[in-house]
Design a protein around this ligand. Structure first.
Ligand code: WTA
Length: 647
């Protein structure tokens, strides 16, 4: 209904303008970039492409827009690996550290730009030797080791598209993705380190390979040292192929619209979608956003993004954005709590990390572990801290700012998606006054609007987040399924890209992301975001993490059900927390039931599985829970839900 809006109940009054000290060195202070982009967004992106990216042949047309299909920098040619490696070496920066890599057991590797280029050139020749040519697909299934970066850049260098599958995915998930892309080669490892032990990858890959007829060769990196079967003729050790490979492999110019990679997103149901990203526009988008959102100064900054390369954040903000900008970065193989809960902070101290980018779910976990963990280390090198992946609750934002950012690092909450390729909505740290929990404004060059049910633009209150014009990093479609692309993103609001997220605009025009729209509850006719109730719960001093779902209810339509994890040693009753939510938001937002649980069920990428919690709350059979990080959490919750119904 047209008059229905999402109730935006949480009121956040705190504001943090950029400090004078930060502004002194910042790339962007004031509104000039916004003004320029507002006047002509195509010309704005063209300037970024010209200044930040090296082209071997200039483009003729900035953007061709045949809704919903766009092409950028048409006629231009470039090589992404050249932009990420060769141009820095040619400019005399070959000795600069590209990657400080730290294995979970504590072993380290320091890799300069010149060394990374050597490795990528040789691996490009390895791939060619295995029959990979321009336009082929290569699957990558690796732990967080430098060879993942090498393999991706080698594909880019020879014009093959990579499809990286997160190492935590099952063999079935890997097989589905290989088959959908008809990949020719798989790059994997024997195993990797996780929580003090080797997890085997090659045996998983072997299971997948039983049903992937397109794969001709498998390259295996030795990392875990675990025993593996090698199938003669098909499987090859990375180090053996590399020892024999030619050293030089010229970076061939690619068309701006050449497919750079596929990345599969696990939609809530059905077959995963192979999101397509191409060359020139994508590289422009990630280089630009990485430079300005993090205020990167490549000569002095040490950047660290804690994502896995298996997710889009790893693609855009570990591999392509940082390397294109010539940054020095940290890559860490393992979990944040091995050997202790302070591992990440010990890495920040050791390498003098200045820019740190992580996810709200990690931040709430750090809260649960307590402030004594970061306090064990000198974090004074940090100057910008970022967040991505979920709405960040104001309390988690404040905790992050105070305990990791010493109360004076700008926090950049960055909204984007696998589909958008790069960051879309975020503060610029030297220009934007932030509010805890708000992603603030669309970046210069990005058009975003909130619309109501009927697609009318609204300037205040809640609705649906849409993008109003094309941007260079936008997905070019879904691999093999153009109809699904139109249906999923462009059908709901004609002429607009619908992101699937709810958002609200406050009185000052700040954007607040409210989570996926299916996470918006309807209680007694009031639409309440699960995120707002979660934020209220997390603002209670005893609460570390909370997940809220709307469960069907005969009287109120939906009832609010909360799952809460308390901070170590803290106490609170259900009544305490219900009253606290009533105080923070209002009585209508009080959870009907609160379950206390030591952990919440999460996907392997760390997103709380709200759909599954809704199933638990409504007593439904759960079916397949194999994508869960820890399936026992669910069994435990189910038995409690059953008990409470019997009570
Ligand atoms: C959510 C991750 C609120 C959102 C880069 C989006 C966020 C989905 C934020 C995409 C944020 C991501 N605030 N929500 N800062 N960042 N999201 O494809 O629901 O893994 O639609 O890309 O994550 O997830 P994806």
């Amino acid at each position: 209904m047209a008059d229905e809006t999402i109730e935006a109940l949480l009121l956040e009054q705190r504001k943090f303008p950029p400090s004078e000290a930060f502004k002194k060195r910042a790339h962007v202070v004031g509104t000039h970039l916004y003004d320029e982009a507002h006047a002509d967004y195509e010309a704005f992106w063209a300037r970024q492409a010209e200044e930040l990216v090296s082209w071997s042949q200039p483009w003729q047309t900035v953007c061709e827009w045949n809704p919903p299909f766009s092409k950028w920098f048409i006629g231009g040619q470039l090589n992404v690996a050249y932009n990420c490696l060769d141009r820095h070496v040619e400019a005399g920066r070959g000795g600069k550290v590209a990657i400080h890599w730290e294995g979970e057991p504590g072993d380290t590797r320091t890799i300069t730009y010149a060394q990374l280029l050597d490795e990528v050139e040789r691996f490009s020749n390895v791939l060619r030797g295995l029959g990979v040519t321009r336009g082929d697909r290569v699957n990558i299934y690796l732990p967080m080791i430098p060879e993942a970066v090498v393999a991706m850049l080698a594909c880019a260098r020879i014009g093959a598209a990579h499809s990286v599958v997160f190492g935590g995915f099952s063999s079935q998930a890997l097989a589905d993705r290989i088959n959908d892309a008809s990949a020719k080669v798989l790059v994997t490892a024997d195993g990797g380190w996780r929580r003090g032990e080797v997890f085997a990858l090659k045996p998983q890959a072997d299971e997948a390979l039983a049903s992937t007829p397109s794969i001709e060769h498998v390259v295996v990196v030795r990392r875990g040292g675990n025993a593996v079967d090698m199938s003669a003729g098909r499987d090859h050790w990375y180090h053996e192929l590399m020892a024999r490979a030619d050293e030089r492999c010229a970076a061939e110019p690619m068309d701006s619209e050449q497919l750079l990679f596929l990345l599969y997103t696990s939609g809530t149901t059905g077959k995963p979608k192979g999101i397509m990203h191409t060359t020139g526009g994508y590289l422009t988008h990630v280089t630009y956003t990485h430079k300005y959102v993090f205020d990167l100064h490549p000569d002095s900054d040490v950047y660290w993004c804690t994502a896995d390369v298996g997710w889009v954040t790893g693609h855009s903000y570990i591999v392509y954005g940082p390397l294109s900008n010539g940054a020095t970065q940290v890559i860490y193989e393992g979990v944040p709590n091995f050997p202790g809960n302070d591992r990440l902070w010990s890495i920040v101290e050791k390498y003098g990390v200045t820019i740190f980018y992580t996810a709200p779910t990690a931040i709430r976990t750090f809260m649960k572990w307590g402030t004594q963990e970061p306090a064990k280390h000198d974090l004074s090198s940090l100057r910008v801290i970022g967040s991505v992946g979920e709405p960040i609750n104001p309390e988690a934002w404040m905790w992050y700012r105070e305990n990791i950012g010493r109360g004076d690092c700008p926090v950049v909450d960055t909204w984007w998606q696998t589909e958008t390729g790069g960051i879309m909505i975020s503060p610029l740290p030297g220009a934007t006054t932030t509010k805890p929990g708000s992603a603030t404004f669309p970046l210069p060059g990005v058009g975003a609007e909130v619309v109501d049910e009927s697609g009318r633009t609204i300037t205040k209150g809640g609705g649906y987040l849409t993008l109003t014009h094309p941007w260079p990093g936008m997905l070019r479609g879904i691999w093999g399924d153009p109809e699904r692309y139109k249906e999923t993103y462009w059908a709901r609001f004609p002429g607009r890209y619908f992101a699937g997220d709810g958002a609200k605009l406050d009185d000052d025009g700040y954007l607040w992301l409210l989570g996926r729209v299916d996470d918006v509850m309807n209680v007694s006719g009031h639409r309440i975001s699960t995120t707002e109730v979660e934020s209220a719960l997390v603002s209670h001093p005893s609460v570390a993490e909370a997940a809220v779902v709307g469960a069907n209810d005969a009287t109120t339509g939906q009832a609010i059900i909360a799952y809460v994890t308390l901070r170590g040693g803290a106490q609170a009753t259900e009544t305490d927390l219900r009253n606290h939510v009533a105080k923070e938001i209002g009585a209508i937002a009080k959870p009907k039931t609160i379950y206390f649980t030591p952990d919440l069920p999460k996907t392997r990428s760390g997103k709380i599985m709200r759909r599954l919690l809704r199933d638990v709350a409504e007593g439904r059979n759960l079916g397949d829970t194999t994508t869960l990080a820890d399936a026992s959490v669910v069994a435990e919750l189910q038995s409690r839900a059953a008990q409470s119904t019997e009570d």
